[in-house]
Write a protein that binds this ligand. Structure first.
Ligand code: GLC
Length: 429
């Protein structure tokens, strides 16, 4: 009898322990937040570290989800994760072109984040993060515009002013190349993002805009790409190939271009602001030898430009902790943290109060210099084409890539592209 009782009690105890440890592990899973904020580079490490400060105070373990580097590859992966309604990611850093594609997978952050925090960000970006049914699905994290990097030492050495038009840039690059190649056989004129992916769409939107050639689809949803200025813009880019731009650029993304420029082997580079801080790091061969300017004009009566980029933080609808995730997003988008990222990583703030902070002007003068470029950046047609944006961009970057490789002329490529886009549009976007 005694034995039976002991056996029974031990059994109960085991069940209780199992139940308790079960509960603990369920609780541990409940107390974890996974944030996808980059591809594992120093900016995403900084992001997760800052997120962990909040996690430590609020009893949450925070983990970084490392996503693919190319934005379109990251998009593909997130689309799969969301299609499966998976709760594996709580917070996602989303590209400025994604709200139209992904908004239905995100919660309305107005339910958890006070209006004054949301409205402390530039209205245009908040509007871009607002779904057609009026939900605020993401808070701006940092913004971006394409800019032109150039080697001040080389331009000075050969007596050149910074170029204002593409034609001038081409002439300056050719002249410096012909004179400087004896000192550096690896030197090339101009590097940018020529691989067939979203980065090429960004570069090509700048070429179009610099020639007043529109941005593929206008705000009314009309397909405008087949126009004479667009032919001029793409023909000009094709003319760089094998002259100021090596063919290898046709396989370059942002980091490839930065690698060439930062090791001192390019005179000009098109890139985003993040490359500014890295180029000025202590171990950088070009530290102090370069500056930035807006993307040149197509012709004298064209316009200086830069494509609008940037990233926001959204909370997945499938998260098990939407409230905590939203509070963490709030913590990631404060004035203090944006100032830190602007100074440490040259990432552009999305809050006017950071731009007016004297510390920013003192420590990151680049932003003050280029504020107009950022304010007037050219948007990709992601809002108007909504769910179809990715297909539109894919057709566009492939058409541009074909022109750059010399497979087809700009005129023919744009005529075909117009037809493809009409097919994708159907009766409406
Ligand atoms: C940058 C921009 C983003 C763009 C991407 C293209 O990350 O911020 O908007 O889509 O580059 O490669």
């Amino acid at each position: 009898m005694k034995k039976l009782l002991v056996g029974f009690l031990t059994g109960c105890l085991m069940v209780t322990v199992a139940w308790l440890s079960g509960a603990t592990s369920v609780e541990a899973a409940d107390k974890k937040l996974v944030i996808a904020c980059g591809s594992g580079d120093n900016r995403s490490q900084d992001c997760v570290q800052h997120a962990r400060e909040w996690g430590d105070k609020n009893g949450f373990e925070v983990e970084l989800f490392v996503n693919p580097q190319a934005t379109n590859d990251a998009l593909g992966l997130f689309q799969q994760i969301f299609a499966a309604k998976s709760s594996e990611i709580d917070i996602v850093m989303i590209d400025v072109i994604w709200p139209g594609l992904l908004h239905k997978h995100f919660i309305d952050l107005r339910d958890y984040i006070p209006a004054d925090h949301i409205n402390a960000h530039f209205k245009s970006i908040v509007d871009n993060n607002t779904s057609p049914d009026g939900r605020v699905v993401a808070i701006p994290f940092f913004t971006a515009a394409g800019i032109m990097y150039y080697r001040t030492d080389l331009l000075e050495k050969y007596g050149h002013q910074r170029p204002e038009t593409w034609e001038e840039l081409t002439a300056v690059a050719k002249d410096i190349l012909s004179k400087e190649s004896a000192n550096n056989s690896k030197l090339v004129g101009y590097v940018w993002q020529g691989k067939p992916y979203e980065g090429l769409t960004c570069d090509a939107i700048e070429w179009l805009d610099s020639y007043n050639a529109g941005n593929v689809v206008n705000s009314k949803g009309e397909i405008t790409i087949n126009n004479p200025n667009a032919v001029k813009a793409l023909s000009m880019a094709a003319s760089w190939m094998g002259t100021i731009t090596p063919d290898s650029v046709l396989n370059y993304a942002e980091e490839d271009a930065r690698g060439t420029f930062q090791s001192g082997n390019a005179i000009f580079m098109r890139n985003w602001p993040y490359a500014y801080k890295l180029g000025n790091n202590e171990d950088s061969p070009i530290r102090g030898k370069f500056d930035v300017m807006p993307i040149p004009k197509g012709t004298k009566d064209g316009k200086f430009t830069g494509t609008l980029g940037g990233w926001q933080l959204a909370v997945s609808k499938y998260s098990k902790n939407p409230e905590a995730a939203a509070k963490l997003v709030q913590h990631m988008t404060t004035k203090e943290y944006q100032l830190h990222r602007a100074i440490e990583h040259s990432l552009l703030p999305t809050r006017p109060d950071v731009y007016s902070d004297p510390e920013l002007a003192a420590k990151q003068p680049l932003f003050v210099k280029l504020l107009d470029t950022f304010k007037n950046a050219a948007a990709r047609p992601s809002n108007v084409t909504g769910k179809k944006y990715n297909r539109v961009s894919n057709k566009f970057w492939n058409a541009v890539h074909k022109v750059l490789t010399g497979k087809v002329g700009a005129e023919e490529a744009l005529r075909d592209l117009e037809k493809d886009l009409e097919r994708i549009k159907g009766r409406k976007w």
